[in-house]
Design a protein around this ligand. Structure first.
Ligand SMILES: Cc1cc2nc3c(=O)[nH]c(=O)nc-3n(C[C@H](O)[C@H](O)[C@H](O)COP(=O)(O)O)c2cc1C
Length: 346
């Protein structure tokens, strides 16, 4: 699997998720089998590049290659500048966001709104490719199937992107209007794959090895991208890799192994964000990690009252130690009789 000149370890990608796929989480996904992980989007607004949030997003220290940065905005010149800025900071792939449904980028509709304005989308693509090509950095595009049911133009946009020099397109199988509701559809992704020669990545609702195989078969895509199903379960990448290679399911991870991955992740997380803000932003990762586990909900609620990094790490370790006594491997069940035993952080 290649993106222009960049070779990837496999065809299992971690989706960019703002507020989630920061460097520690991307590194964890890559360690657990993702061949590629795109950063959270970085705004094209220059005045924000110095902000703590954006500079953290542009920090790739220690991350395994390739470094892929997603940029978002609505102005071609600003997007080109953002691409150059991120390439100078180590980006080896620049991804243009045309899929985000939120009205938050530049206080304007950016992201998927660009799908509605193909002329502007083309301008942005041209400008970003023009900046990246001399630096031998491939440009990729992430989009939805269209703006709404009656405006499904993913195929047209993918062709436009390919003609403009884009090296890969990812399609989330929903329209912008759908947000995250309903179900992703894969027919449009299959149509995009048929329409272009560049690699196509299928995304949306892939949450198991079986689904991964089904989506690859249904779309003919070159790769698949997983977002929400990796939250709290980053080992889904190696589960999928194993299943695609052997047709067999991996057993659930050992509980103590899952604990070790989470604790390591939390250390990295606190290292990037510092204790005060890190303890708070780590809570969502912890919440996802214990979701559906015995006593998980009560533990998550108790965890939200801890403001100290060391205490947070101790509580997490203690929860998983107690869980391991009962379940040597992570249980798939959502409720167990020993809820109370596991609920309280030590
Ligand atoms: C919390 C969250 C943040 C997201 N942020 C971004 C983003 O910054 N850029 C982007 O292109 N997509 C973003 N997405 C969309 C995902 O990359 C992905 O397309 C979508 O979640 C569908 O894949 P999934 O069903 O595997 O989660 C985000 C999704 C979620 C849930």
């Amino acid at each position: 699997m290649r993106i222009g000149p960049v070779t990837l370890a496999n065809r299992l990608f971690a989706a960019p998720m703002a507020g989630v796929t920061d460097r520690p989480f991307r590194m964890l996904c890559k360690r657990l089998g993702a061949g590629y992980a795109v950063s959270e989007m970085v705004t094209s607004r220059r005045e924000l590049w110095g902000s703590l949030k954006t500079s953290r997003r542009a920090d790739h220290a220690g991350e395994s290659e390739p470094i892929a940065v997603q940029i978002a905005g609505t102005d071609a010149a600003m997007m080109a500048e953002a691409a150059a800025y991120n390439v100078a900071r180590g980006a080896q792939v620049i991804d243009i966001n045309m899929g985000c449904p939120a009205k938050k980028v530049c206080s304007k509709w950016a992201g998927s709104a660009l799908m509605r304005d193909e002329a502007l989308a083309a301008q942005i693509i041209d400008a970003v490719v023009a900046v990246c090509r001399p630096r031998e950095v491939p440009v990729t595009l992430k989009m939805r199937t269209g703006w709404c049911e009656s405006e499904r133009n993913a195929v047209r946009l993918a062709r436009l992107a390919e003609d403009a020099g884009v090296a890969m397109v990812t399609v989330h199988g929903r329209t912008r209007e759908q947000g995250y509701g309903g179900q992703a559809e894969y027919d449009t992704i299959a149509a995009v794959k048929k329409a272009v020669a560049i690699p196509v990545v299928a995304n949306g609702d892939i949450d198991s090895p079986q689904k991964a195989r089904a989506v690859l078969e249904a779309t003919g895509a070159d790769a698949i991208m997983i977002g929400r199903a990796a939250q709290g379960r980053p080992w889904i990448f190696r589960e999928i890799a194993h299943f695609l290679a052997t047709g067999q399911e991996l057993p659930a991870p050992e509980t103590l192994q899952a604990k070790a991955w989470l604790v390591e992740h939390l250390h990295d997380h606190l290292g990037l964000y510092g204790e005060t803000s890190g303890v708070r932003s780590a809570r969502k990762h912890i919440g996802w990690a214990v979701r559906g586990l015995p006593g998980g909900e009560a533990f998550r609620a108790a965890m939200n009252r801890i403001d100290d990094g060391a205490a947070q790490l101790r509580a997490v370790a203690d929860y998983f130690d107690r869980l391991a006594d009962i379940h040597p491997r992570l249980p798939a069940t959502s409720r167990a009789a020993n809820d109370d035993l596991l609920a309280r952080p030590a």
